[in-house]
Each structure stands twice: as structure tokens, then as C-alpha cells.
Design a protein around this ligand. Structure first.
Ligand SMILES: [Zn+2]
Length: 237
């Protein structure tokens, strides 16, 4: 935290996740802490999680409606203002120009001073491909796309001007250097995750225990907190 003191009081934060529940799982404790401190937070969720059906006979459109509603509920519970669903197909996301255009528009619309997304360069080979794709697309949207009016000039015609965000945090990184204290908000994070009722089976039970072990590990890494979430900081300045 000493490296980036301004992260203690970000005012507008855009979180871009691949699937419903990713923002809550990776940074739900931070979201609650930041909204408690007065920050305004918006989620962008790129897919609606249609591959995570409990059985193959499930009606996909009903299922994705459920997943979106669960994400809306948990985001609101953590104090976020709302969620934009881009409705790409789960497991089929690429760092495409089209996806960058959609994310760039969200950046220009919400005007964050901090953007948070997946670290696409983790060396964990067992990694969801959507996490890598969304991480790359968001980084490329944060810089340079959203900065320059020459990228997606149609946005200006719609009233959305270029916007410069100077700070980026990446979650799921294997070399985190920035830690947020979630001691006061850990329970709310768990409660938010439990609102994703359709994912109960996917969580394989013991959600609280797994999340606590992870938060305790990051807490130890931080050298100052009991429970923490961890990020790699990228200076876009
Ligand atoms: Zn995911």
C-alpha cells in the first residue's frame, strides 16, 4: 500500500470480470471496504456464465437470467452501483477489437480513476481462457483505447469522450504487490458469494474455509493484515 497511497481512497472504480461471481470472489472484500469509504463502483461482467449449468437439460436463457440476477443482488449487497452485462458466450471470449470497444465504452461512460480486472499473465497454466482474454482486453482498453479519441470515434458522437485512467489492479496474479485489508468485510464477501445460489455445486462446499485460507495467505504476504485481497499494481500514468 505504501507504493500507491492513492488506492486508499479511490473514488470511482470499474471492475471487469469474465463471469458472474468473479468480481465478488476476487475482490468482494475490497469492494465492501471501498464502498464503505464512499467509493462508487461499477461492475462489467463479460459473459453470463452459460457453461456452468448444473445439468445439460437446463434452459440456458433462464439460467443466465438467474446468474445475472444473482450478480446484481451481490453487487448491490457489497455497495456497488450496478452491473453491465456484455453477454458474450462463456468460454468463447477473445481479446477482440469488438470486446475492447465494449469495454472502452464502459470506461468512457463511467470514468473510473481505478480499473480492476484479471491478470492475464499469470503463470498458472490451469487458468480459465476467459480470464486471460478479459484481462488482456481490459488492459488494452484501459491503455491506449480509452485515452485516445482516434480509437472508436463513434463514442464521441454518442456523447462519450476519451477518458484517462492512471491506475490498474490485476487480481489472480501470481506476483501480487498490493494488498487490501478485508478484516472488516470478509463476512460480507462470503455472504455476497453465497447469493450466487446457482453456483453452490460449483463452489464444492467449504466456500468460507477456502476463501478464509486464501485471505489469510494474502494477509501473511502483506505483512500487515490478518485477512487481505491481493493485486498486481500497474501504473498507466
Ligand atoms: Zn471466472
Amino acid at each position: 500500500m505504501e507504493r500507491v497511497p492513492s488506492l486508499e481512497t479511490p473514488e470511482r472504480i470499474l471492475i471487469v470480470g469474465a463471469h458472474p461471481d468473479d468480481p465478488d470472489a476476487f475482490c468482494g472484500g475490497s469492494v465492501a471496504a471501498w464502498t464503505d469509504a464512499g467509493a462508487e463502483i461499477w461492475y462489467v461482467v463479460v459473459t453470463s456464465g452459460d457453461k456452468g449449468v448444473p445439468d445439460p437439460d437446463t434452459d440456458i436463457s433462464t439460467f443466465t437470467e438467474t446468474r445475472e440476477q444473482e450478480q446484481l443482488n451481490s453487487a448491490e449487497y457489497l455497495g456497488a452501483q450496478g452491473v453491465t452485462f456484455l453477454r458474450y458466450l462463456d468460454g468463447e471470449v477473445f481479446d477482440s477489437l469488438e470486446l475492447r470497444e465494449r469495454i472502452t465504452l464502459e470506461i468512457r461512460r463511467f470514468k473510473p480513476d481505478l480499473i480492476i480486472t484479471h491478470d492475464p499473465l499469470t503463470r498458472q497454466y490451469r487458468q480459465h481462457p476467459d480470464h486471460r482474454a478479459v484481462g488482456f482486453a481490459t488492459i488494452h482498453s484501459a491503455f491506449p483505447s480509452s485515452h485516445l479519441s482516434t480509437f472508436f470515434p463513434q463514442h464521441a458522437e454518442e456523447g462519450f469522450e476519451p477518458h484517462v485512467t492512471r491506475q490498474l489492479l490485476l487480481f489472480g496474479s501470481d506476483r501480487p504487490d498490493t494488498f487490501i485489508d478485508i478484516g472488516a468485510t470478509f463476512e460480507r464477501k462470503i455472504e455476497a458469494l453465497e447469493m450466487h445460489v446457482s453456483q453452490e455445486a460449483a463452489f464444492h462446499g467449504a466456500l468460507r474455509e477456502r476463501m478464509r485460507n486464501r485471505a489469510e495467505g494474502f494477509g501473511r504476504d502483506s505483512g500487515q493484515y490478518e485477512l487481505a485481497e491481493a493485486y498486481l499494481f500497474v501504473d498507466l500514468g
